[in-house]
Design a binder for this molecule. Structure first.
Ligand code: WT7
Length: 650
C-alpha cells in the first residue's frame, strides 16, 4: 500500500474530563466495550433493544435479513419518520424549541417549537397530497438553509414521498442529472437564497434544469429573497398557496421499515453521480442512536451542526437524528464569514450552543482568519465539539481543542459516509481517550478492519483498506436504479466474504485506534465534499476548446484538496489566461462552485500508461509541486512530464 501515506506518530492523549464522563450516557471505556461486544456477539438482541429508541407502528418479525449485498432491517415493521421526529414529542416537548434558525442577513431569526414544526409539516404534507403526490413518488428539494427545507423533508417523510435534496450550490446541469436519474415528480425550491449577501438564482436554475426533465409536473416555490422569478403557469405553485388551501391535519402513512426515505447523490469514480438510497427504519435508528451516544445528547442541549442539509451530514445530524431525539437544533443559513469571520462564534454565544459539529476545512479556515474572532465571544456554553468530512490534521485538532474548546470539551472525530447513513467510527465522548487525528473506535455493531488487497488484516501500524465486515441498520440499500453498480462498487472487491469496501485507506495503531488517511480511488475531497474527478473532467471536455482533461487534487491548506485540471486544447484554441478563467467559470456553471478548479494547466498531452490510462498519481505529484514524481515505469511518453511541469500557473 505504498500509495497510502502513514501519518506522523501522534503521542498526545486526551482522556474525557471526569466531570463529563460522570454525566454521560456511556461513561467508561469498559461500558463501551461491553456494549460493543454484545452488539457483535448477539446482534439480534442488541438491535432489538436499541430499536426501542424509536416509535414503531407495527413490530418487526425479524431484525435482519441478509442476502448479500442486500439487507433488510426490522423486517415487517412499520413506522413513520416524521412521527418519530415530531408527533411523539408533542406530549412532553410540545413547547420545546425544535429549530432555532438564524438567517444570513443579521438579525433575522425564527424559532419553531415542536408543536409549531409539527403543524407546519402537517399542513405542507397535506398540500403535497392535494397536488396528487403519492407514496413512493420522488420529490427533489433545492432550497437554501431555511426552516422550510426541514419542513419539506419531513412532509415528504410523512407521506412516504422519497426526497432527494440537491445542494443549493449545485448548477442547473447537476439538478437536471439528478432529477432525471430518479424521475422526480415535483421540485421544491425558493425564489433565491442568500450567500455572502448575494442572491443565488435558485428558481432560475430549477427552470433551466426542468426544461429538460420530462418527469417533473410541479415546481413549488418558497418566497425567501423576494427576487423576481419567471413563472410557468400550471407547473409552478407558490409555497404559500400550497399550504393556504390545505387542511391543517395530515395523517402520517404507516410505512414499511424498508420504505425508501431518501435518495442522496454522491460522486463516484465514473462521471454519473450515484443515487444513494436509504430506507426508513434502519436509517432513522442509526441517525438517532449516534446522535444520542456520539453527541451524548441531553434534553437541555442546544445542538448545532454547521453542515448543509444538501449533504448527508445535514440529513442525519440536522434533521433526522436530532429531531428524532427531541433536541433543539440550530440552523444557520449562510456563510461562516458573513458579515464578519466571527459569525459562528457570535451564534454560539447568543444561542448558548452546547454541542458544536463542524468540518476540518472550516476549522482550518478559522485558524487562518485568526484567534481574535473567537476571542471576542463567550464560548463557555460549549461542552462538546465534533468534526466530520475528511481527516483532521493534528494541528487543526489542537487548535479546535484549545481555542474553541478551551481545553474543556471532548472532540469527537466522526468517520462516516453518505453510504453509511450515520457515524460508524468515533470516540464516545465520556468514554474514549482521544488522539488528535484519529477517529478512534467503531460504533456499536460496526465490525471494521484494515486489510490488504488480498483481504488479509494488516498488522498494527501498517496501511491498508478500510472495510466493514457485516451489514448495519443505516447502510445504503442500493444505488437508485442500479443494483449492479451497487454490488460492483461496494461489495465485489472481496467477493463472497461480503465485506463493505469503503474506498478509504486507513491504519490501526497498537491500541486498536483507527486512523483514516483518505480516499484511495479517483475521488477528491474538497472542503469535506466528495467530488468525482471524472465528473469535473467531463464538464471540461464539454467546453469547445478542450479535447482532453485530467483532474487531480493537490493538498490545500484550507480545503484539504484543491482541484487542478490539466487540459489539452483544440488546435485552433489559444492557451490564454482568459481561457483559464473561462474554463474555471464553465466548470462552476456545469457542476457548481465547489468543483471550480483552483488551477488550470494547459498541456500538449497528459501522461498515460501504455494501456491508455491517465496516470493520475504523476499528475498529482506535479500538481502539488513535487520535485520527484513517483514510479514512471509504465509511462508511455516521458517527454510529457517535463512539459507539464513547465505549465504551472502564474
Ligand atoms: C468520505 C465520505 C460523512 C459526511 C461527510 C462526507 C471522508 C468523512 C471523515 C473523518 C477522515 C473522513 C472519507 C469518507 N471522511 N469523515 N472523520 N476522518 N475522513 O460524506 O461525501 O459521503 O464522504 O469523507 O474519505 O469516505 P461523503
Amino acid at each position: 500500500m505504498s500509495n497510502i501515506d502513514t501519518m506522523l506518530q501522534e503521542e498526545r492523549r486526551f482522556p474525557p474530563p471526569t466531570e463529563f464522563s460522570s454525566r454521560s450516557h456511556i461513561g467508561s471505556i469498559e461500558e463501551y466495550e461491553r456494549l460493543y461486544r454484545q452488539s457483535l456477539d448477539d446482534p439480534e438482541t442488541f438491535w432489538s433493544q436499541m430499536a426501542e429508541e424509536l416509535d414503531w407502528i407495527e413490530p418487526w418479525e425479524k431484525v435482519l435479513e441478509w442476502d448479500p449485498p442486500f439487507s433488510r432491517w426490522f423486517v415487517g415493521a412499520k413506522l413513520n419518520a416524521s412521527v418519530n421526529c415530531l408527533d411523539r414529542h408533542l406530549g412532553s416537548r410540545s413547547d420545546k424549541v425544535a429549530i432555532r434558525w438564524e438567517g444570513e442577513p443579521p438579525n433575522e431569526q425564527r424559532e419553531l417549537t415542536y408543536a409549531e414544526l409539527h403543524a407546519a409539516v402537517c399542513r405542507f404534507a397535506a398540500g403535497l397530497r392535494e397536488l396528487g403526490l403519492e407514496t413512493g413518488d420522488r420529490v427533489a428539494i433545492y432550497m437554501p438553509m431555511v426552516p422550510e427545507l426541514v419542513i419539506a423533508c419531513l412532509a415528504c417523510a410523512r407521506l412516504g414521498l422519497v426526497h432527494s435534496v440537491i445542494f443549493a450550490g449545485f448548477s442547473a446541469e447537476a439538478i437536471k442529472d439528478r432529477v432525471n436519474d430518479s424521475e422526480v415528480r415535483a421540485v421544491i425550491t425558493s425564489d433565491g437564497g442568500w450567500r455572502r449577501g448575494k442572491v443565488l438564482d435558485l428558481k432560475g436554475n430549477v427552470d433551466r434544469a426542468v426544461a429538460d426533465c420530462p418527469s417533473v409536473e410541479h415546481v413549488i416555490v418558497l418566497r425567501r429573497t423576494g427576487t423576481e422569478v419567471d413563472w410557468n403557469e400550471g407547473r409552478d405553485h407558490w409555497w404559500n398557496d400550497v399550504i393556504r388551501d390545505a387542511p391543517a391535519e395530515c395523517e402520517p402513512v404507516a410505512l414499511d421499515a424498508e420504505h425508501p426515505l431518501f435518495i442522496l447523490y454522491t460522486s463516484g469514480t465514473t462521471g454519473k453521480p450515484k443515487g444513494i438510497l436509504h430506507t426508513t427504519g434502519g436509517y432513522l435508528l442509526g441517525a438517532a442512536l449516534t446522535t444520542k451516544y456520539v453527541f451524548d445528547l441531553r434534553d437541555e442541549d442546544i445542538y448545532w451542526c454547521t453542515a448543509d442539509v444538501g449533504w448527508v451530514t445535514g440529513h442525519s445530524y440536522i434533521v433526522y437524528g436530532p429531531l428524532a431525539m427531541g433536541a433543539t437544533t440550530v440552523i444557520y443559513e449562510g456563510a461562516p464569514d458573513y458579515p464578519e469571520p466571527d459569525r459562528f462564534w457570535d451564534i454560539v454565544e447568543r444561542h448558548k450552543v452546547t454541542i458544536f459539529y463542524t468540518a476540518p476545512t472550516a476549522i482550518r479556515a478559522f485558524m487562518k482568519w485568526g484567534d481574535e474572532w473567537p476571542e471576542q465571544h463567550d464560548l463557555s456554553s460549549l461542552r462538546l465539539l465534533g468534526t466530520v468530512g475528511e481527516p483532521i490534521n493534528p494541528e487543526a485538532w489542537m487548535w479546535y481543542h484549545r481555542t474553541i474548546g478551551k481545553e474543556q470539551c471532548p472532540i469527537v472525530d466522526t468517520w462516516w459516509q453518505t453510504e453509511t447513513g450515520s457515524i460508524l467510527i468515533t470516540p464516545l465522548p465520556g468514554a474514549t481517550v482521544t488522539k488528535p487525528g484519529s477517529a478512534t473506535k467503531p460504533f456499536f455493531g460496526i465490525e471494521t478492519d484494515v486489510v490488504d488487497e488480498a483481504g488479509e488484516s494488516v498488522g498494527p501500524g501498517a496501511g491498508g483498506l478500510l472495510v466493514i465486515k457485516r451489514p448495519w441498520p443505516s447502510m445504503l440499500r442500493t444505488i437508485y436504479g442500479d443494483d449492479d453498480r451497487y454490488r460492483d462498487q461496494y461489495w465485489a472487491k472481496y467477493g463472497d466474504r461480503n465485506w463493505y469496501f469503503t474506498g478509504d485507506g486507513a491504519r490501526i495503531d497498537e491500541d486498536g485506534y483507527l486512523w483514516i488517511v483518505g480516499r484511495v480511488d479517483d475521488v477528491l475531497n474538497v472542503a469535506g465534499h466528495r467530488l468525482g474527478t471524472a465528473e469535473v473532467e467531463s464538464a471540461l471536455v464539454a467546453h469547445d476548446s478542450v479535447v482532453e482533461a485530467a483532474v487531480v487534487g493537490r493538498p490545500d491548506e484550507i480545503k484539504g484538496q484543491a482541484v487542478v485540471a490539466f487540459c489539452t486544447l483544440e488546435s485552433d484554441s489559444k492557451p490564454t489566461d482568459a481561457l483559464k478563467g473561462e474554463l474555471k467559470a464553465f466548470v462552476g456553471e456545469q457542476i457548481g462552485p465547489i468543483a471550480r478548479p483552483a488551477e488550470i494547466r494547459f498541456a500538449e498531452a497528459v501522461p498515460k500508461t501504455r494501456s491508455g490510462k491517465i496516470m493520475r498519481r504523476l499528475l498529482k505529484d506535479i500538481a502539488s509541486g513535487a520535485e520527484e514524481v513517483g514510479d514512471t515505469t509504465t509511462l508511455e511518453d516521458y517527454s510529457v512530464l517535463a512539459a507539464l511541469r513547465e505549465s504551472e500557473e502564474g
